[in-house]
Design a protein around this ligand. Sequence first.
Ligand code: F6R
Length: 614
Amino acid sequence: MCGIVGYLGDRPAYDILIKGLKRLEYRGYDSAGVAMIHNGAFSLFKCKGKVSDLEEAVGMQDKSGNVGIGHTRWATHGPPNDVNAHPHASNDGTLVLIHNGIIENYASLKSELINRGHVFKSDTDTEVLVHFIEDIRDKTGANLFDAVRIALSEVIGAYAIVILDKSNPHQMIAARKSSPLVIGVGKDNEFYIASDATPIIEYTRNVVYLEDEEIARLDRTDGLKIVTISNQNKDPYVQELEMKLEAIEKGGYDSFMLKEIHEQPRSINDSIRGRMNLGMGTVKMSGVDEHADRWNKATRILVVACGTSWHAGLVAEYLFEEFARIPVEVEYASEFRYRNPVIYPTDVVIAISQSGETADTLAAIELAKEAGAFIFGVCNVVGSSIARATHSGAYTHAGPEIGVASTKAFTAQVSVLYLLALSVAQLRGMMRPERLNRLMAELNSVPEKIAEVLKTNEDVKKIAEIYKDSTNALYLGRGYSFPVALEGALKLKEISYIHAEGYPAAEMKHGPIALIDEEMPVFVIATQGASYEKVVSNIQEVKARKGKIIAIVTEGDKVVKELADHAIEIPKSDDSLVPLISVIPFQLLSYHVAVMRGCNVDQPRNLAKSVTVE
Ligand code: F6R
């Protein structure tokens, strides 16, 4: 949820930290701070607001130092303000620490420390942790590396931390549990550390992903040493990053969200490339053939995910039930983990997550693992916690998604789930080769169709202009288009702050119809397919109550265009592929409405890209 960055080497740390924090700002952006060691003292700057506010606050002050840490915060304990911003200092001021996660037993630790004379300035659990580490160091006489290890063995909760000691500018200590940390290894014991690889890739491609309950000592002389909380030595496993620098820059667009919407023809191609052979009529997904027995004996699929990824999971329910004839249940990970759910060892659990770090999804995976189910991950971030916690899986290959509102990750997830459903149907002999071939060919043409839909941008913008001041909106769809109605509503509310609801079109008459009047825009996916006539009837029900209809229709449609106030045409495709195409105008619409309302589309209020707290 928060962004962590650190540098230890010969270069000025401040610029590296600020640049890194800007790359990580999607993880949280309510306050920011940095600390460098210079001449045996900390230069500590922190404030409420964005990284740009921090830069302004630092201004021309001395920011020298070749070692430093930086943090961008998404508040959990205490409101966003200057005092609660990280880094936090220990009682005697010798240590500073940055933290992502939650220390659950912070209250009891804090009262013990207060009894021992510690004075706290902030409301945060982080400040308690740095005082606790200092206390252990002083009580036991241990060095900082050992003190961190001993302290963490008594801590309950989740954390990624980096800590500096002003008397040792040649060293940095880091640790993780349930929150990601990546160490970049430069030349001659130069080190970078961050919550993800984006602040690191322009300096080095060699990285070490810290594992849960590992503590790392980064040292200018001794290099990198890793131990577990139980004090076992671990050999650092250095991997090479494949990410490209251009992928994490805006590339001429005004925002990451707009860039990511426009990237979809490419990102979907990347998601499906190499996974189907049109000539041979076969689909090949990693994790299916290798675990054929688990897929063959599966009597049920459970999908666990949150937010937009949950919507992709809902599309997967329709796909798996139609293609592979396996019953599917789609679960909010946050509900599933606490419901005492019935999980069979014959279940296949598909965990979907863009970031691969969502705490609720991770916990749901652990629960299902304990029950003996087979866990298949669909993640975007390579090497992420979920990717590593699952038995097998497939990456979505959408490339880094920086805009907080998920766009290209959704379509990449649906594309991968589509191929997965086809692959399992093929394995279980549930699909005729002609149908498989036809669907693969249609999937292959989706990127082109999306490129066509992106050309409706100006028309969508005009519609946005008309409805930008609405206070409510309703999104309707049936069958494969129901999850898209949910996703359309989520996109609008999260970035423009207009209240929006997604509903199955036929369910509308059981309640939401009461909301409809001449002020209410109703966005309907009314493409020609299995439920076309039924949706036309639902549109008539809205019109009868004077609601405004904005319809997504199939190219050449006449009936709905006649009824609707506005229509956006999309190319014809099989019903099962409509979600990939019909979601595009909704993404564009939310984007334009948000920009017209003066909202920050990449960093909507109160949200963060990676929700590593429950
Ligand atoms: C919405 C959005 C969130 C995420 C959700 C799950 O645009 O981005 O709803 O989809 O927080 O995140 P991941 O997919 O990273 O597990």
